[in-house]
Design a protein around this ligand. Structure first.
Ligand SMILES: Cc1cc2nc3c(=O)[nH]c(=O)nc-3n(C[C@H](O)[C@H](O)[C@H](O)COP(=O)(O)OP(=O)(O)OC[C@H]3O[C@@H](n4cnc5c(N)ncnc54)[C@H](O)[C@@H]3O)c2cc1C
Length: 379
């Protein structure tokens, strides 16, 4: 007889949310993480994450985002913490590029409120942002950023309040699933459950052999710039921004209480095997220097007044599938093992709803949202 209904491996972005939803629904749930969340060794750290609904990647994400928004609101109410800052988001790029047509398509399909503008009109409103004259801009007012570490911590705090047991600084070495349940072996002993949920972020391929060779882990960097003049604070009304340029995709956030303007490159990244073996990450090698140079060039060209003084930086990992869409599924030959992985550098905003979906799958219920496109068999 299993002790736990569900064991969740990983208490990062997805695992923390899943643990909360499982515990809230009355399941006996154990959440395990190799570190003390919210930590800075995986993919869910670095102060902020952009959240938006007019999704340029594909309109099929919009129903998931609507539910994600409801769940972030609910989490804020239940915890009495401010997690979602609706600063608005300015997206800029070529009219025949990827971002602007994608945003317009999702907004049209789901009647989402957006405001199309010319780049010059953007600069009139925010002198710290500019685009090429032949580009288009779109403002999504109902977008903004999530405080990433606070979101993870809040999900875990509520999970605990709903009765979830959390084991931190506890590494899972192996697991085995059979028709009678699942056994998970950790460095603090073995645990048994009816169902296993693996939410291992950049460690997913190590944890789930079926994903081996299907995910690419990329080392990415975030940079905080000390602006040369005022106007870049959240309290000044400075928004989040996302640019599609000939050098790739770049994005950023307003400065929060003097933290500096955070800017990063969504494109590129240094492929690595998995974070534990990423020795170069602390050295900041040539590829990282090139990344910082590209970000500085972008800042000089498109963010007038941000300047070139980097006061802080952080590394983080994308875990990307070949098509850059998520994996949300049971393992094909082990229906009592659910996987959420491969969030491909755009998954944090979804973690509230992914936690709910994972909780449903782990309890044998189907999600009412369409997760068909995220099946593991497509690779
Ligand atoms: C630089 C950067 C910028 C990003 N920007 C955005 C953005 O603006 N908007 C957005 O929506 N998304 C963004 N993302 C993507 C988003 O942050 C990730 O998709 C999301 O945080 C991934 O969450 P996760 O739960 O899959 O992984 P993680 O949060 O890393 O969680 C995995 C957990 O599993 C644990 N674990 C792994 N192996 C074991 C083991 N053997 N035993 C025990 N525990 C284990 C780890 O310790 C970790 O805590 C960004 C990502 C990065 C890196």
């Amino acid at each position: 007889m299993a002790i736990w209904d569900v064991i969740v491996i990983g208490a990062g972005g997805v695992g923390s949310a899943a643990a909360m939803h499982l515990a809230k629904s009355g399941a006996r749930v154990l959440g395990i993480d190799q570190y003390q969340p919210a930590h800075d060794r995986g993919s869910s750290h670095g102060q902020t994450r952009i959240i938006r609904q007019a999704y340029f990647e594909h309109p099929s994400y919009v129903p998931l985002l609507r539910r994600a928004y409801d769940l972030w609101d609910e989490l804020e109410q239940n915890s009495n913490r401010k997690l979602f800052h609706r600063t608005g988001l300015v997206e800029l790029g070529p009219i025949d590029g990827v971002v602007i047509p994608g945003v317009l398509r999702s907004a049209k399909t789901y009647s989402l409120p957006i405001e199309p503008l010319l780049p010059a009109e953007v600069t009139e409103r925010w002198p710290g942002i500019r685009g090429n004259h032949d580009w288009q801009a779109v403002i999504e007012k109902n977008a903004g950023f999530l405080k990433v570490e606070e979101c993870v911590q809040t999900h875990l705090d509520l999970a605990r309040q709903f009765g979830c047991k959390l084991m931190h600084n506890c590494k899972v070495h192996q697991w085995e699933a059979g028709p009678r349940g699942v056994t998970v072996v950790t460095d603090q002993g073995s645990e048994q459950a009816a169902h296993l949920l693996v939410a291992g972020g950049p460690w997913s391929q190590t944890l789930v052999p079926a994903l081996s060779g299907k995910l690419r882990v990329l080392r990415k960097h975030l940079y905080w710039f000390d602006p040369e003049r005022s106007g870049f604070e959240e309290t000044d009304g400075f928004p989040c921004f996302f640019h599609e340029t000939s050098n790739g995709f770049f994005y950023g956030f307003p400065s929060l209480n003097g933290s500096g303007v955070k800017v990063a490159r969504h494109s590129g990244g240094q492929p690595i095997e998995q974070p534990d073996n990423d020795a170069a990450a602390d050295d900041f090698d040539d590829t990282d220097m090139q990344d910082q140079q590209l970000v500085s060039d972008y800042v000089r060209e498109y963010l007038p007044g941000v300047g070139d003084r980097v006061i802080s930086r952080a590394k983080c990992y994308y875990t990307s599938t070949p098509d850059e869409h998520f994996v949300i599924d049971h393992l094909p030959d082990q229906s009592n093992v659910t996987i959420v992985a491969g969030l491909s550098g755009h998954g944090f905003k979804f973690t509230s709803v992914l936690g709910e979906i994972a909780s449903q799958l782990a309890q044998g219920t189907k999600s009412t949202l369409d997760i068909g496109p995220f099946g593991i068999a497509r690779f």
